[in-house]
Design a protein around this ligand. Structure first.
Ligand SMILES: Nc1ncnc2c1ncn2[C@@H]1O[C@H](COP(=O)(O)OP(=O)(O)OP(=O)(O)O)[C@@H](O)[C@H]1O
Ligand SMILES: [Mg+2]
Length: 366
């Protein structure tokens, strides 16, 4: 018998999901795609990278290469993609808008994505939506005006603030703490020079005296259904997320509910499709814990890797379902009551015990 003639061995029509970016987030979509019966086509930066090692269909090209992205969704020698999605947000929005105009579904769409690409756009929109954020201000592009505005902001918030590049930051690389006694605007003089030379604009935020950092993931389908996962605590070391504890230990129900409400408000308000990660600061107050939004990511996120083993539906499966507008599956934790260690890496300082929440050490991009 010819092997290819056996029942189930012939070609099977599968939906095709095109993914921009060949890092580990795209790689971790592969098992979920296999189980769902989805064909992944991933635009990888180079041969031998993380996703290229496990995904079969991996054209090589840069996310900024218009021809490469167009060929990803409409290849000369293969089926057109049913949807285009991403493992990072660094994709030209004009091109995405153009692809939508030509009939390609893009999830999340550029109107949502720009809030994860630009922290000034994100802060403006969240403020308009009434979502709680740290006090913040955009800094004028002109270096002298920018320095003056920063000085005024520092005085208003008590002498210590966080200056950020609005675009392109990751792993804390676009984040600098600035204190008035140490020189204030002088500490970001080189960044002002970068802005003047055409670099991304800067913004400043109050330095939030947070008790801890939390994250909440939500998945939203194009047709509107939203599902959230339990809120987690995330621990950053040197600007990098190094540990995630799920669910966040000791988080009271009302605060957890509020965190999930914030995530749903943002997902719906911004029209996000796919997985949205909302990074939060928990701040102590006389009225109980307060939550402020730090930033957004519109894709699977390293605060959600625990869902691979710890949740009925992983963030990767849910992302693929959501961008195809398939009925979502339950994001509930697999076990009620005490949870268990999923893995502990060299950065974990709190070895999980059988009665502790799940803890994942992570070095993946946030
Ligand atoms: N306003 C703030 N107040 C206090 N700490 C802050 C503030 N903003 C950022 N941080 C700290 O810096 C870290 C990195 O900031 P942020 O998430 O904005 O930067 P990023 O480089 O874009 O991060 P990521 O790696 O998550 O993409 C935060 O997780 C937090 O620990
Ligand atoms: Mg962050």
């Amino acid at each position: 018998m010819v092997v290819g003639d056996r029942i189930g061995c012939g070609p099977v029509a599968e939906p095709v999901i095109a993914v921009v970016g060949g890092g580990q987030l795209a790689r971790m979509m592969a098992p979920a795609a296999g189980e769902l019966g989805v064909h992944l086509r991933v635009l990888v930066e180079a041969r031998g990278g993380s996703a290229d090692q496990v995904v079969v269909d991996t054209p090589v090209g840069a996310a900024s290469d218009e021809a490469a992205v167009r060929a990803l969704v409409r290849p000369a020698d293969g089926p057109a993609a049913d949807v285009l999605t991403f493992e990072h947000e660094h994709v030209p929005n004009d091109l995405l808008a153009d692809l939508i105009d030509s009939g390609v579904p893009v999830h999340p769409g550029p109107d949502a994505l720009r809030h994860a690409q630009d922290k000034i756009v994100m802060r403006e929109r969240l403020t308009a939506l009434g979502v709680p954020c740290p006090r913040w201000a955009p800094l004028p592009r002109d270096p002298a005006e920018g320095a003056e505005a920063l000085g005024t902001f520092l005085a208003a918030v008590g002498g210590s603030a966080v200056v950020k590049t609005s675009r392109g930051g990751y792993d804390g690389k676009g984040v600098r703490v600035v204190t008035a006694p140490d020189g204030g605007p002088d500490l970001v003089e080189d960044w002002f020079a970068g802005v003047a030379a055409g670099g991304p604009q800067l913004l400043v935020e109050e330095k939030v005296p947070f008790v801890r950092e939390l994250a909440v993931l939500v998945a939203r389908r194009a047709s509107g259904e939203v599902r959230t996962w339990p809120v987690v605590e995330s621990v950053q070391r040197d600007g990098v997320c190094s540990e995630v504890v799920a669910p966040a230990p000791g988080l009271d129900d009302a605060t957890a509910h509020r965190a999930r409400e914030i995530a749903v408000t943002i997902a719906e308000g911004l029209g996000v499709t796919g997985v949205l990660a909302v990074e939060l600061f928990e701040v102590a107050s006389d009225d109980g814990p307060r939550l402020l939004v730090n930033e957004l990511a519109m894709r699977p996120h390293n605060s959600g890797h625990w869902t691979i083993d710890g949740s009925v539906t992983s963030q990767f499966e849910q992302h693929l379902r959501a961008v195809l507008d398939l009925l979502s599956a339950t994001p509930a934790r697999r076990r009620a009551g005490p949870s268990w260690p999923m893995c502990s890496g060299p950065l974990s300082t709190t070895p999980p015990t059988p009665s502790a929440p799940s803890s994942v050490s992570s070095r993946t991009p946030a």
